[in-house]
Write a protein that binds this ligand. Sequence first.
Ligand SMILES: [Fe+2]
Ligand SMILES: [Fe+2]
Length: 359
Amino acid sequence: MEKTSESKITDFRSSREGARNIPDDNQVGEVIYLDKEKQKRKEKREAEIYEKYKSVFDFREEKYAQDVENKNSDNKISESILKALQKHNKIVLSDGIDLIRGNNLSLEDGVAAIIATAMHDSGKLSSDVLSHHEKGIEYVDEMFLEMEENDFEFEGVKLNDEIRQKIIWAIERHMNYPWLIRKNGGKKFPEPENIVDKVVYDADMLANIGFKNVAFRLSVEDNIQEDLMEARTGSSVIEESFKNVMEDVVILDGVVLTPLAKRMATKRIDDVKKIFDYLKENDIFENVQKEIIVSLKGLNSDPETEYEKDENSLFVKLLFSGDKRSETVEIIKGRLDDEIKKAGMKLGINWETIDKLTM
Ligand SMILES: [Fe+2]
Ligand SMILES: [Fe+2]
């Protein structure tokens, strides 16, 4: 996430509450059992959607593959960006399905919302982030040309101009994420108006409640230098990176539009905070950083790092030296995801949510 320190809206560093009570192992077992049943039903519903709308998902994945191919070696899209985008799409769809049901959308609106959700970030690999909605709309038009010719229908609903228009509006109006507005010089994008717009927009916002952007911060040197400065007060760079991402996450319950999404956001933000507190209280940020320093030293033999006494500076040096940076970020991400999952289970947070919160 790119931003400057002046633009932070909430001071998460000072407003954070202390660690919550941790349930005992029996309670954890029971929660996990009940949870699994619910999770199975949800997975079944999702699998049905992937099956029914297969042609839409295939179209999107083909576009991603082409876009990765088209960027040549000097601007190669890394595997990890594509992976992160695919994970994001999966979460948006999962929340979108709940929002379509919970908001009682008509069958036609539901079809439009599913297709718009699937395609909302389809243009992200072939455009500037500020105009990725326009590229997505272009792809939808292209897809419709193919599908209308072949008389496509989804869930018994024939595609027509009205549905196409609703999909296009929803993609056009999904952009007002706080950091994207900042990146756009404070200027807002078109606002959601109808229920299809709102469902797609809310699902996209909900998918941003989690630790995903920590991985993004770890791969951008300016961001990490900012975290290094903050860490001088006695914490670790990794902890500061998490805190920075948390500042954007904790305001998203005020950004979503439908009451259902607000309830989902409030709950999910509470879960994110619990995990953050647990990781902090148990010195996990610091310990993981120490561990990573050891493994990066093994990967990278820059002699300059031998003399670095301050652990935080050493971590940043190791992170940005050498030519295996995306590999390095993947290692850290994997390690931190393990800790997020462990903390989430220990805290009795349901699996589906834990999975959405990981990086
Ligand atoms: Fe987007
Ligand atoms: Fe998105």
